[in-house]
Design a protein around this ligand. Structure first.
Ligand SMILES: *[C@@H]1O[C@H](CO)[C@@H](O)[C@H](O)[C@H]1NC(C)=O
Ligand SMILES: *[C@@H]1O[C@H](CO)[C@@H](O)[C@H](O)[C@H]1NC(C)=O
Length: 331
């Protein structure tokens, strides 16, 4: 709930208490009763619940956000829009939506998850129906894996029971214990119900660096042969992505088991970002902060980043990740 709303609610409740004190007992009861009903109505109105008032997909909003705020990701942007549109407009999906986002640091995987959340939940990432899990934060000790498994299953079950339209984001999937992934597999599958709970309206998003290097290689090959980046198509990446994901011992484990059963609906590759995309990120961040967009500042910020490969300096090592903090320093 937004702070302003909290104060409003507090104000109304306090005022009704003051009013109540000046009446006789009978009137007091009536007024208190009325106050309680009013209070509850206001509470329901202001407090997030699993209802269309709070959860409603805005397809136009998602498309606009992807076009205006996400840079250099023509493939990811297209897949995300199609996947989320299709899923959200289906009244009766056969399984939950499972997206696996791949790519190097700072290319926009977290950001895209945020855009999806913002266009489904009025409270966006602050929604009580959006859950983010990070290996290091939530499941740090591999010795406690059995406890984590049970806990995670309970969390997913509990939250989906509360609200079918729940969203679960698993950050740094590469670092997740494979056993943990196994424990959530049933929820991603084509079951009508598990223990009386249907998971079909939930959304699962996995974020990882797996395959990031082969995506970079493909982008680099295009650049070297003088082809336009926007000509890279999903099929150019699909093979390298699945090869590197399957063959990578470290990240392969969880992927293999998810791919084998076709539990992942969409693999979404994120390309490494070039100088011009960094410029766009900086200008966009300025706009968000309501600072007049300044091309010179943007140039300065972008110039001071590190690029690779060393000789050609094409892609930003950290993408747009550090822009926010850098901007404080330059403005
Ligand atoms: C959906 O998003 C568009 C573009 O951001 C916005 O103008 C519109 O008000 C939104 N619609 C709803 C119902 O929130
Ligand atoms: C929902 O998930 C959160 C973790 O994001 C957990 O703390 C909470 O207990 C879960 N709720 C239920 C009802 O299981």
């Amino acid at each position: 709930m937004r702070a302003a709303h909290k104060y409003l609610l507090l104000y109304i409740l306090t005022t009704s208490c003051v009013v109540v004190n000046t009446f006789d007992p009978v009137t007091t009861t009536v007024v208190v009763g009325f106050g309680a009903t009013l209070g509850r109505t206001i509470w329901n109105y202001l407090h997030e619940s699993c209802e269309p008032r709070w959860i409603a997909f805005n397809a136009t909003g998602l498309e606009a956000d992807l076009n205006r705020k996400l840079f250099g990701q023509h493939i990811a942007s297209r897949i995300i829009l199609k996947a989320v549109n299709g899923f959200m407009s289906n009244e009766n999906p056969k399984k939950p939506l499972v997206l696996s986002l791949h790519g190097w640091t700072g290319t926009g995987k977290n950001f895209v998850s945020q855009l999806i959340a913002e266009n489904i939940y009025r409270e966006g990432m602050d929604s009580s129906f959006v859950h983010v899990f990070t290996s290091e934060l939530h499941f740090p000790h591999s010795s406690q894996i059995e406890t984590y498994k049970i806990q995670l299953q309970q969390w997913i079950k509990g939250n989906v029971t509360n609200c079918a339209r729940s969203m679960f984001i698993f950050d740094e999937m590469d670092k997740m214990h494979p056993g943990l992934i196994d424990s959530i597999k049933p929820y991603l599958d084509y079951y009508d119900k598990l223990d009386g709970v249907s998971y079909r309206k939930a959304i699962f998003i996995f974020l990882s660096n797996a395959g990031g290097e082969s995506i970079i290689q493909t982008a680099l090959d295009f650049w070297t042969s003088g082809r336009i980046r926007e000509e890279i198509e999903l099929r150019d990446l699909e093979t390298v992505l699945s090869l590197s994901v399957f063959n990578n011992k470290k990240s392969g484990l969880w992927h293999t088991s998810l791919i084998d059963k076709n539990l992942v609906d969409f693999f979404v590759p994120f390309l490494p970002l070039e100088y011009r995309h960094v410029i766009q990120c900086v200008l966009s961040e300025m706009e968000a902060r309501r600072i007049p967009p300044d091309k010179n500042v943007a140039d300065q910020v972008a110039r001071d980043l590190i690029y690779f490969p060393k000789s050609e300096r094409i892609f930003a090592v950290k993408g747009c990740k550090t822009i926010e903090s850098k901007l404080d320093y330059y403005t």
